[in-house]
Design a protein around this ligand. Structure first.
Ligand code: CMC
Length: 390
């Protein structure tokens, strides 16, 4: 009722109340359920953070064990899903394939579509947590025409994701350093309050479309280069700078030029007007992981040079543009042997618990269907014109 206020891109609109993630963009603070991201990245593992985000508390040992067992019980993906996957050309982008497969899950799990009770909700949640990493790994395998594997039930959530991605036949040598680094990255991506993909999940879910359909929509929203797709775009940009001879100033100038659509990828954020706390941790981790794995990547030096040049430049200072979560993450994924096109898929695996937590919160609070209004700027009433008179 009353006048409609225009708020393009929801810059000023709080669309919901939420008790999941606290974000102070001026101070650069990020907390999940009250716990600082720095402490969680250091001390928790990804599955514990999934539980924390979704159910509100860190799990004790028996809660965590039950959660893990419930997930493992659901981790076999229907064989017919492979037929769906194999219908895609190998050139298909993994994010499009992942979104489609997630949606296709509804066909093979029809009971998970309508959730009436908390038990229904729990069942749908463990199912998607179980099957999503399998689908993510399969998008990579299918591109390389490699055999598709199900989860190894005897190893952890993150280990089994890596194994499904990289195992050759039955063999896969787990590298603890890679596992730890990926665990940390997934935690840092796990939730970020009402960003584009999370708002998408909430709005799709608000029509009581099921969890899997809502997550599939979230994957599509995340794909864009202004959101999660930035991690792929950053590496492509750094490669371009390298191929061009490594002169960052030319690219800084392009980013500042308002007639040039080029933007510094991995820079800027709607909410952070200070360092993105995730970027700080990831930058440090990039140095550590590359050293531990004995990887030398000239792109890391280019990234550091570019960051320094931007942070000293009036244009970026005035607009409070800092490196965001996507700026250094790709360099770590690359050191792990993950192909560039898969980076946003890794982001999606990390963000899954956040999407689930926000969907669950919305349903439990019985929020109304999302239905934004508009400020109409079209024609007033007109008389119909017959086709001969147009
Ligand atoms: N390079 C150059 N200029 C920029 C950049 C950038 N990366 N980001 C913002 N600006 C400028 C923008 O042109 C505008 O300038 P002016 O005031 O002169 O018109 C000013 O800074 C404010 O930007 P905005 O576009 O109004 O800000 P927004 O809140 O609408 O957009 C953003 C936020 C993240 C989409 C944007 O900063 C951007 O496009 N960054 C590059 C893509 C990227 O790294 N995305 C990942 C975001 S973080 C993780 C995630 O969501 O997945």
């Amino acid at each position: 009722t009353g006048a409609i206020t225009l708020d393009p891109g929801y810059k000023n609109t709080g669309a919901c109340e939420s008790a999941i993630t606290f974000l102070d963009g001026e101070k650069g603070i990020l907390r999940y359920r009250g716990y600082s991201i720095e402490e969680l990245a250091e001390k928790a593992d990804f599955l514990e953070v999934c539980y924390l985000l979704i159910f509100g508390e860190l799990p004790n040992k028996s809660q965590l064990q039950k959660f893990n067992t419930d997930i493992l019980d659901q981790s076999i993906v229907n064989e017919d899903m492979k037929t769906v996957l194999n219908g895609f050309p190998e050139s298909a982008h993994p994010m499009g394939v992942l979104s489609s497969l997630t949606s296709a899950l509804t066909a093979f799990n029809p009971k998970s579509v309508n959730v009436e009770s908390e038990e229904d909700m729990y069942r749908a949640i463990v199912k998607i947590l179980a099957k999503f990493p399998v689908l993510a790994a399969w998008t990579l395998r299918q591109k390389k025409s490699q055999a598709l594997y199900n989860k190894d039930m005897n190893i952890g959530y993150v280990e089994s994701l890596l194994k499904m991605m990289f195992q050759e036949g039955k063999t896969y040598k787990l590298n603890k350093k890679v596992v730890n680094a990926l665990d940390k990255l997934l935690i840092l991506h796990a939730d970020h309050e009402q960003n584009c993909s999370t708002s998408t999940v909430r709005i799709v879910g608000s029509s009581h479309a099921g969890l899997f359909a809502s997550i599939s929509a979230g994957v599509s929203a995340l794909w864009g280069p202004l959101h999660g797709g930035a991690n792929q775009a950053v590496i492509e940009m750094l490669e371009e700078i390298k191929a061009d001879g490594g002169d960052t100033s030319k690219f800084i100038a392009k980013a500042k030029d308002k007639d040039d659509p080029f933007r510094l990828m991995g820079f800027g954020h709607r909410v952070y007007k200070n360092f993105d706390p995730r970027a700080k941790i990831i930058k440090k981790a990039a140095d550590e992981v590359l050293e531990q794995l004995g990887v030398e990547d000239p792109i890391l030096e280019i990234a550091k040079g570019l960051e320094k040049a931007a942070l000293e430049d009036e244009y970026f200072i005035e607009r409070k543009l800092y490196p965001n979560v996507d700026f250094y993450s790709g360099i770590i994924y690359r050191a792990m042997g993950i192909p560039t096109e898969m980076f946003t898929v890794m982001f999606a695996v990390g963000r899954l618990p956040g999407w689930i937590a926000q969907w669950r919160e919305m349903r439990l609070r019985k929020e109304p269907i999302g239905r934004p209004r508009q400020v109409y700027i079209g024609e007033n009433h007109r008389k119909f014109k017959e086709i001969e008179n147009r």
